[in-house]
Design a protein. Structure first.
Length: 151
């Protein structure tokens, strides 16, 4: 996705017109249009003002992805009680059928035992509580996945 597309998507997500953004930044509507069509680029000061206006960091503005942003907002709004009611395996099985099938194919006991050991080690070594240890282990698995996907 281009910077222009990111700017356009972020502006629309905030419900602002090109005219409104132009007025707030003290530039013409045509300038906003040129930024959003990648004809020209905003300078660093203008970029900072755009990021503030759109409620984003500069990094987020440059890499703005509307779908990712919407997912992050849904996660942020979801209460733990609601999250606990969701059968995540069933939900993700719609996209990844292996999640619904592996239980009858894989002897999970040795994997569970090793994961339990790793969780206890994280708790003991770093003082994490149960949830924190799970989140750290999940993040480590995500890093391994990304590294393998990239190679």
């Amino acid at each position: 996705m281009s910077l222009g597309s990111n700017l356009s998507d972020a502006r629309k997500k905030k419900g602002l017109s090109q005219e409104a953004v132009a007025e707030k930044l003290g530039v013409s509507r045509q300038t906003i249009s040129k930024w959003e069509t990648d004809e020209t680029l905003p300078d660093i000061r203008q970029s900072k003002h755009l990021a503030l206006l759109y409620g984003l960091t500069l990094d987020e503005l440059i890499a703005f992805d509307l779908e990712v942003r919407e997912i992050q907002e849904v996660i942020g709004r979801t209460r733990e009680k609601v999250s606990d009611k969701i059968d995540w395996t069933k939900a993700w099985s719609q996209k990844y059928p292996v999640l619904a099938q592996y239980q009858s194919q894989v002897d999970a006991a040795p994997y569970k035992a090793e994961l339990e050991r790793l969780l206890e080690e994280l708790k003991r070594t770093y003082g994490y509580n149960e949830l924190e240890a799970f989140l750290v282990l999940k993040d480590i698995l995500a890093q391994v996945w990304k590294a393998r996907k990239g190679s």
